[in-house]
Design a protein around this ligand. Structure first.
Ligand code: ZN
Length: 373
């Protein structure tokens, strides 16, 4: 299985200039290749593929020698990325979703160089990249397995590298527990065992600061002013902080669930999301999908099972008797079954229904009894 390891890079001023230059050239290549595909289709109804375009890379290097300074597979990867975004575009058309044509990449949007196979190596203190050189690296945790790809990324003026490695799965001991997890807007998650997982306080504080900073940007109307530029930078840094805190929290929460349970059931975000939810839910969706994808990576690594269930009516159905009604839900948190009188926290009831959809009822009942006792 694949696992990513991310480290901070400390390039010299000269190396940073080379990296920025290469990002700029790759972005130009991306945008020109996109333009070419657009034009070919508009004028001649002809579809050019990424592989067609790759054949011209040698020619491009002859005409524009600055491209000789970039590792050839990095350039190929630029065209592959564009090809992927076209494939996503076509597949969205096929299933009848809003397509969203591949976009031109602005100055700040193109910020990574990928070495997909070779041309890189790493030792204790340095990371080597062909055509760039040895960059100082801080290996804060050991690399494991066999490195497949290396991606250099620029993030608010800092540089990072991610190595994707092929690692062996490390199964965890069997626990005999299964759990259902409901994600919410008041609580980050609620389990069928009656555990309430709160968004961490420091994360909430950063979110608050971020909102204040965003307002400060929107007050500064002059797009070119120095003060606005600084405010925009401040927002970008806070964004980075918030997303790191969120990632860290997701890692810990997912890790704990994986450690304590053999099977974890959660709602399938692709099913019935709109029917069940409201705007607040859809805003949270982004965070949840990161959490669920971490959960499934960890599950694969530890040989645990993840079951995604259809979430519809899990918040209205009574867990013990199965009676489904809107009236069962007296308030955001209070659930009282109109048929059997079962009273429970509404989110815990929903989490139990999620677990119930994932496993045969026998196990479900056992779990419910265990938490009542
Ligand atoms: Zn009932």
């Amino acid at each position: 299985m694949l696992k990513a390891f991310r480290y901070r890079l400390n390039p010299t001023k000269a190396q940073e200039a080379v990296l920025n230059e290469q990002l700029w050239l790759c972005r130009q290549l991306y945008n020109s290749a996109l333009q070419e595909r657009r034009d070919a289709y508009k004028k001649a109804r002809k579809t050019i593929t990424g592989y067609d375009q790759m054949k011209y890379l040698t020619e491009i290097k002859e005409a524009l020698p600055e491209y000789k300074g970039i590792y050839s597979q990095v350039l190929q990867d630029v065209l592959k990325r564009l090809d992927k975004s076209f494939q996503r575009f076509f597949s969205r058309i096929k299933v009848g979703r809003t397509p969203g044509y591949p976009r031109f990449q602005g100055r700040d949007r193109y910020d990574s160089l990928c070495y997909p196979q070779s041309g890189f190596s790493v030792s204790d203190k340095t990371a080597f990249f062909s055509k760039i050189g040895n960059i100082r690296i801080r290996l804060h945790r050991p690399l494991e397995g066999k490195i497949k790809t290396a991606t250099i990324r620029r993030d608010c003026g800092e540089w990072y590298v991610s190595y994707v490695c092929e690692v062996e799965a490390q199964p965890l001991p069997v626990t005999g527990n299964s759990v259902g997890v409901d994600v919410g807007t008041t609580w980050f998650a609620i389990t069928s065992d009656g555990e309430f997982v709160e968004n961490p306080r420091h994360f909430q504080n950063s979110m608050k600061k971020l909102r204040v900073a965003q307002r400060s940007v929107s007050r500064k109307k002059n797009k070119r002013s120095n003060r606005r530029r600084k405010a925009v930078q401040h927002v970008a840094k806070l964004h980075r902080k918030v997303s790191r805190q969120r990632l860290d929290f997701h890692h810990k929460t997912a890790g704990k669930l994986i450690k304590e349970n053999d099977l974890i059931a959660h709602e399938d975000l692709n099913v019935g999301g709109m029917g069940r939810g409201n705007l607040a839910r859809s805003i949270h969706d982004v965070g949840w999908s990161q959490f669920f994808s971490l959960l499934s990576q960890k599950a694969e690594c530890a040989a645990r099972s993840i079951v995604r269930v259809d979430p519809r009516y899990t918040s209205q159905g009574c867990n013990p008797c199965g009676y489904v009604s809107k009236a069962n839900r007296l308030s955001q948190s209070r659930f009282v079954c109109q048929q059997c009188g079962h009273t429970e926290n509404a989110d815990v009831n929903a989490a139990r229904n999620i677990l119930g959809r994932a496993v045969p009822s026998g196990i479900n009942v056992a779990v419910v009894n265990a938490s009542v006792a």
